[in-house]
Ligand binder design. Structure first.
Ligand code: N01
Length: 542
């Protein structure tokens, strides 16, 4: 730890990393509890993921009103314009939250944390930023989110490209002009799909480098009037916000558990899926028969439905097979499907090339563009890397967080993640995290999970204060049991069959293992609530 003086105003009760949904929820409530709390935030403004992800077409895939905090003084006076708001509106929402809750006075922007270490004697964490700020705090909360460490693949020659090159999660704040340019996009995950459909109408030529097709679902975007929202706020919002903890993915709709896919008649299944298709959103993924995640036969049925619908939108036989192959590349829904607005129609445009990287991998990036193994050099003016994140754990392991034994968390997790309840880690006393590994996280709607865990952590802190405890740490046996449960839940599903960030499989060399709790939000919520009722069983207080 660098020896730098701690400013007196940074001797805190709580230091939080990150001013996204999690960080601001914590800050607001900790201050209400009378605690001295501050946030270190790497960006120059609030918003977390919505500060960084400003690529063309970036918008959220959760429909109104589930993608916001359920704090009444926030939602009562705020109006979104569309069912699926874009990044500009989400940034405006955070600016509004900032002003309404008076947050900024307790946030240090442009303050990327590089180290944090626990001092047993002092009973405090020391947290150090890259630009030399030092805070000491009794409690340390990591609200780093699932996508704060973007992933740039190690492709030969990447730094030799003479055109413009941007990762979607580091999109420049100044305007990028793609009109009448030759644009290439590597990656067809949620970010890739959105960029592709947004830029396609304006480019001279678009080249999409695809490794795995995205089983994208229709979004069915709609404008939503202020009157509609105001009416819903009074009558429905509190019910919907409560409902978010009763559904598998923390959305306003739930998996069907009463019967399996094959127990339904073909007509019944078809009508359900047709209805979902027309309604749009994630329904066909997270409001489907629950056994699509465990039963290959059931999964094949829903894949076939999706494939046929998608192929109908494509004109060219090759495009049909590349984008919606007859044989699924992985079980439906075991990689996150995107929501799309006109994605598949892009591939009917004459000026769009789809390069299948399984047939002809990228050999190297050249000064002019991308050269593939078949010898073709795809010349480009702009290269977009929509290559994702070292998701869920990456934001935490990017920081040298040293616990009571001096071991860095990245080292501790090198052979696999272990946490207790997806919120604490043994040997890291007085440290909590939310929306991270081994919680419902990537399998759930962000704000739903964030609020559920944030409230639990706040209650736990209150319990410590009420009982005069100064130190809390997860018990090793409790942690091992939690890890085993997380593994077991995923092993019962088809998720391990996909090479996805859900399994840590998108980052070369990363341990392949489930990073999310696959038991669903209600099971998770019930479990953590019972743990709290049992005086936080599995946590050791001193
Ligand atoms: O990242 P991804 P993302 N050569 O990892 C490909 C959230 N999010 O930023 O699938 C060539 O999903 C990779 O190929 P493959 C959301 O939770 C939400 O799109 O590994 N290609 C894949 O196609 C989401 O799930 C929203 O075969 C390479 C792509 O890059 C998560 O963030 C919007 C490659 C990466 O896809 C991540 O989404 C955006 C290589 N070396 C993000 N390396 C919304 O709510 C990787 N790829 C709308």
């Amino acid at each position: 730890m660098t020896s730098t003086q701690t400013a007196p105003d940074l001797d805190l009760d709580v230091l939080i990393i990150g001013a996204g949904f999690g960080g601001i929820h914590q800050l607001h409530h900790l201050r209400k509890m009378g605690l001295k709390a501050k946030i270190f935030e790497a960006g120059e403004n609030l918003g977390g993921t919505w500060y960084w992800n400003t690529y063309p077409g970036a918008r959220v895939d959760t429909d109104l009103p589930a993608y916001q905090l359920s704090i009444p003084e926030l939602y009562k006076d705020w109006t979104f314009s569309e069912k699926f708001p874009d990044y500009r509106e989400l940034q405006a929402y955070f600016a509004y939250a900032d002003q309404k809750l008076d947050l900024r006075k307790d946030i240090f922007f442009d303050s990327r944390v590089k180290e944090a270490s626990w001092d047993e004697k002092e009973g405090k964490w020391t947290i150090l930023t890259e630009n030399g700020k030092v805070a000491k705090a009794k409690l340390f909360l990591m609200c780093t989110g699932i996508g704060s460490k973007h992933y740039v693949p190690d492709i030969k020659g990447l730094d030799t490209f003479k055109g413009e090159c941007y990762h979607t999660a580091r999109w420049p704040k100044e305007k990028v002009d793609w009109k009448r340019k030759r644009v290439g996009v590597i990656g067809t995950g949620a970010s890739g799909v959105q960029v592709i459909q947004e830029v396609a109408p304006d480019v001279d030529h678009l080249t999409v480098f695809q490794r795995t097709p995205n089983m994208a679902l229709p979004m069915r975007q709609e404008k939503v009037s202020k009157e509609t929202q105001d009416k819903m706020k009074e009558e429905l919002y509190p019910t919907i916000f409560r409902r978010l903890r009763q559904t598998f993915g923390g959305f306003a709709y739930h998996l069907i558990t009463e019967k399996g896919t094959m127990d339904a008649t073909p007509e019944e299944r078809r009508l359900l899926w047709e209805t979902y298709w027309e309604q749009g959103g994630f329904r066909i993924w997270v409001a489907n028969y629950a056994d699509i995640f465990t039963n290959q036969v059931a999964n094949d049925q829903v894949y076939a439905f999706w494939r046929d619908k998608t192929r109908d939108r494509l004109k060219d036989e090759r495009m049909k097979e590349k984008l919606a192959p007859m044989v699924p590349p992985h079980p439906f829904g075991t990689k996150r499907p995107s929501l799309e607005q006109r994605y598949f129609e892009v591939f009917n445009q004459p000026n769009v090339t789809l390069v299948d990287l399984n047939e002809t991998p990228i050999e190297q990036i050249t000064e002019k563009g991308v050269r593939c193994k078949d010898g073709t050099e795809h010349e480009l003016d702009i290269l977009v890397l929509a290559t994702g994140f070292d998701a869920v754990t990456g934001g935490m392991t990017a920081i040298d967080v040293k616990g009571s034994d001096g071991e860095s968390i990245g080292y501790k997790w090198k052979d696999g993640v272990a946490t207790y309840l997806g919120m604490t880690v043994t040997t890291y006393p007085n440290m909590f995290f939310l929306y991270g590994p081994q919680g419902p996280t990537g399998l759930s709607n962000g704000p739903s999970s964030v609020e559920m865990q944030s409230e639990w952590i706040l209650d736990c802190i209150k319990y410590m204060l009420d009982n005069g405890y100064k130190r809390v740490e997860a018990d090793t046996t409790a942690e091992a049991k939690w890890r085993d449960w997380v593994m077991e839940l995923t092993e019962q599903t088809l998720f391990p069959l996909a090479k996805s960030w859900y399994m840590g499989a998108n980052i070369p060399g990363k341990k392949i293992q489930p990073v999310n709790f696959a038991g669903g939000v209600p099971t998770y919520y019930q479990h953590i609530t019972e743990i709290a009722q049992k005086r936080y069983e599995g946590l050791i207080f001193e």
